[in-house]
Design a protein around this ligand. Structure first.
Ligand code: 2NL
Length: 357
């Protein structure tokens, strides 16, 4: 009896897991277990022996069963403790930051424009945003008294007291960048100049800072025909419409002669704009053959070289491409536009972010 007790209580205490415990239970108190077989022997004993052995065997059986139950609970406890140790998680750690921003539509459109002109052999030129009045005006055949200087609503920098030289200006177009490029590399040349420009004008359709891309191609015999093809190719690529149609209207700029404003065929239906179809025309850019005086100012001999130039407003182009029909939606009223600008608090959060249209 004592042997049995010691054997099983010891084995139960040493059991590594539940299957081992179940194995011991069957060996000891299962139907054919050692304790059960001993109980079956009670029938062959004398009443006296039975009186003594019966309760002892019952007590042993109870003892083994409680040891099994206790060990089972201890094993479960140990398993839980092991999980608590292994699956430990620090809920006080700071969250992983998720990027909320998207590329600004004006930056995106500038990149798109740059890529399209790069395919046609144009490189990108950059220059200062604060310019001398010579680079911004004189070199472009805009003399001091020309109404264009007022038309341009220029921001003038201030000079120190007693300094009477003409003030520098915030560039009103990116043309000075191209003047500088011509001065540096001469002809032939093919460049675009994207960037910020400034005009003192603020109302529902104008902001004092906006973005422009100008293009310039100078060669021996570059003509309006080349200009037309380059602009058509650009519009096809930019608006992703095969059948773009452009209309050149005679115009006037001091820096080009002849000059043309360019309209694109479009339709307005249910307040939405479609490029390349319909009966409407929308102005998208200004262009022309570079004025001989401008070539001279930039150090390029107009008897040897000629070429075209053009200027496009990027902000407007961004709005056209991303389906915002009204200029006034630029800064208010259109949540798609605002969301693109990062005013997410105004909008229902989305998982993807960015434009939904
Ligand atoms: C417009 C008009 C234009 C140019 C810009 C240019 C630059 C040089 C020489 C000659 Cl260096 N011209 N730029 C030419 C024609 C038009 O922009 O309405 N832009 C939105």
């Amino acid at each position: 009896m004592d042997e049995l007790r010691q054997k099983y209580l010891g084995a139960i205490a040493d059991a590594a897991d539940e299957p081992a415990l179940e194995e011991l239970r069957l060996q000891a108190v299962g139907k054919k277990g050692e304790v059960s077989l001993k109980m079956r022997e009670l029938g062959r004993m004398t009443p006296e022996e039975r009186q003594e052995m019966g309760p002892k065997l019952n007590a042993l059986k109870d003892e083994i069963n409680s040891a099994l139950a206790a060990k089972k609970a201890a094993l479960a406890d140990a398993a839980l403790n092991e999980r608590l140790r292994a699956e430990w998680l620090d809920v006080t750690l700071p969250g992983r930051p998720r990027r909320q921003g998207t590329i600004h539509p004006v930056s995106q459109v500038t990149d798109e424009i740059t890529a399209i002109f790069a395919d046609m052999g144009f490189s990108v030129a950059e220059g200062p945003q604060i310019e001398s009045d010579w680079f911004n005006f004189d070199a472009l055949n805009i003399p001091p008294e020309h109404p264009a200087r007022q038309e341009h609503d220029t921001f003038f920098m201030s000079r120190a007291e007693g300094d009477h030289r003409p003030p520098h200006v915030l560039r009103t177009h990116t043309s000075p960048v191209q003047i500088r490029a011509m001065q540096e590399t001469g002809a032939p040349i093919r460049v675009i100049a994207p960037g910020r420009v400034y005009r003192c004008d603020y109302d529902q359709t104008h902001t004092p800072m906006f973005h422009q891309v100008e293009g310039l191609a100078i060669g021996r015999d570059i003509s309006m025909a080349n200009l037309k093809w380059v602009l058509e190719e650009f519009c096809r690529a930019f608006f992703e419409v095969e059948g773009v149609e452009l209309r050149f209207r005679a115009s006037h700029f001091p820096f080009t002669e002849p000059s043309a404003e360019v309209d694109i065929r479009c339709s307005w239906a249910d307040g939405s704009l479609k490029i390349g179809e319909g009966d409407d025309w929308m102005e998208i850019l200004g262009s022309g053959m570079v004025h001989p005086k401008v070539l001279s100012a930039a150090g390029v001999d107009p008897s040897q070289w000629q070429g075209f130039a053009f200027g496009i407003g990027i902000d407007r182009l961004a709005m056209l491409k991303y389906g915002i029909p009204d200029l006034r939606a630029f800064f208010d009223s259109d949540l798609r536009w605002l969301r693109h600008y990062g005013f997410s608090a105004l909008d229902v959060p989305t998982l993807q972010g960015g434009l939904s249209a």
